[in-house]
Design a protein around this ligand. Structure first.
Ligand SMILES: NC(=O)c1ccc[n+]([C@@H]2O[C@H](COP(=O)([O-])OP(=O)(O)OC[C@H]3O[C@@H](n4cnc5c(N)ncnc54)[C@H](OP(=O)(O)O)[C@@H]3O)[C@@H](O)[C@H]2O)c1
Length: 368
């Protein structure tokens, strides 16, 4: 029996994870749950899975409780499905305690890469990615040796604004940006998908997870979201993972890897699927992609600054305070203030705090 803590249980990934776990009570025992503020749904989940009240908590105002749950002695696997920087204590708590971390919360890895890497090596834990692209890479990497990897290719659906020019993006609305063509996800990642910041964050995530240089990570737009990621090997072979868009597949794999789940999530019906297309991203219209590459290459606290500024800018866009194009402008301006070393958790927390304050000031100035 594998004991699982589901952190961020009330969100899109959290509820899909509970769907997977609900079908396999013979293999998995849900022993802890955490949400942000949705007490009602959390109580329903706790009752269904028999999780005691002191292990089913709303952590929006007490993030250190996430680390405590992640490190509980009887937990084997921690699914971190909290959104944003708030997920960092859960990532660190799980790795320091030597747990398997099924990681959906990419922001913690991006903002605190070197600190997470230390917790990973000292605690002896394991990270298995939940992000569909990184799960695909994790699977494709089984086809060769690390020294044989030439390039990693992350696919992007292109989001709702694929094919639009910069001028056409000037007046897009929040509703337009939330209308993702292939995935149903939480609001923050849906907006990140519309700007391609999500893909940029994933480029940094791939660098952190798989130890590849930024020059070895490419992005290709693939609107059908069937090919989730590819690894090109030194002999020219490209190995890809394909499935219909269904996050339960990478969630189930992260929980049970290297074993595969008995249920087919998103198996392809080849009589219905006829066309897979690929194109290069439009880097002028979707500037967030290159901002993320630049922050990743700058290293240190630059990825933390990027991620924090983006979180604040996305919130401001969702609150209709800045236009969609303003998200990249705010992030770019915050990044110009530079970064520093990210050797300790304090470095990262400080960079995050400063970047948020700077982003908020820029947004205030723009909206006056
Ligand atoms: N959705 C996807 O398909 C998908 C795919 C790949 C990766 N991801 C990644 O997975 C993560 C979650 O995404 P999502 O789409 O599931 O987001 P979501 O639907 O917005 O859910 C976020 C979850 O985090 C909880 N939360 C928010 N702030 C918190 C805090 N301060 N402390 C504890 N919990 C908090 C929320 O609780 P309340 O609702 O109770 O406030 C909710 O359970 C993100 O990092 C995202 O990038 C998502």
């Amino acid at each position: 029996m594998t004991a699982v803590a589901v952190l961020g249980s009330t969100g899109s990934i959290g509820t899909q994870a509970l769907d997977v776990l609900r079908g396999h009570r013979d293999r998995y025992d849900v022993v802890a749950l955490a949400a942000g503020r949705n007490t009602e749904l959390l109580a329903v989940q706790a009752a269904e899975f028999g999780v005691p009240a002191d292990r089913a908590i709303c952590a929006a105002d007490e993030p250190e409780r996430l680390a405590e749950l992640a490190a509980l002695d009887d937990v084997d696997v921690v699914l971190n499905a909290v959104v944003g920087f708030a997920g960092l204590p859960a990532t660190l708590g799980a790795l320091r305690a030597g747990k398997r971390l099924a990681l959906a919360n990419k922001e913690s890895l991006i903002a605190a890469g070197p600190v997470v890497a230390k917790a990973h090596s000292h605690g002896g834990g394991e990270i298995v990615p939940v992000d569909s692209e990184h799960s695909a890479i994790y699977q494709a990497l089984r086809a060769g040796r690390p020294s044989e990897v030439a390039r990693i290719v992350l696919t992007a659906s292109g989001g709702p604004f694929r094919g639009r020019s910069r001028a056409e993006l000037e007046h897009v609305t929040v509703a337009d940006a939330l209308a993702h063509p292939t995935w149903e996800m939480g609001a923050k990642i849906t907006i990140d998908s519309s700007t391609l910041m999500n893909k940029g964050l994933e480029v940094i995530e791939a660098h952190e997870l798989f130890g590849v240089a930024f020059d070895q990570v490419d992005v290709v737009v693939h609107p059908q979201s069937v090919v989730h990621g590819m690894v090109e090997f030194t002999d020219g072979a490209t190995v890809a993972q394909l499935s219909m868009p269904d996050m339960r597949l990478p969630i189930a794999l992260a929980l049970g890897a290297p074993d595969r789940h008995p249920d087919p999530y998103g198996a392809i019906d080849w009589s219905a699927l006829h066309t897979l297309t690929f194109e290069l991203p439009d880097r002028d219209a979707f500037r967030c992609l290159d901002l993320a590459y630049a922050a990743g290459r700058a290293a240190g606290t630059a990825p933390a600054v990027l991620s924090a500024a983006n979180e604040v800018a996305v919130e401001a866009f969702l609150a209709r305070r800045i236009p969609w194009l303003g998200i990249a402008d705010v992030v770019e301006e915050v990044l110009q203030s530079g970064g520093g070393a990210a050797d300790t958790l304090d470095d990262v927390l400080d960079a995050d705090r400063r970047a948020r304050a700077r982003a908020a000031a820029i947004i205030d100035r723009r909206t006056l």
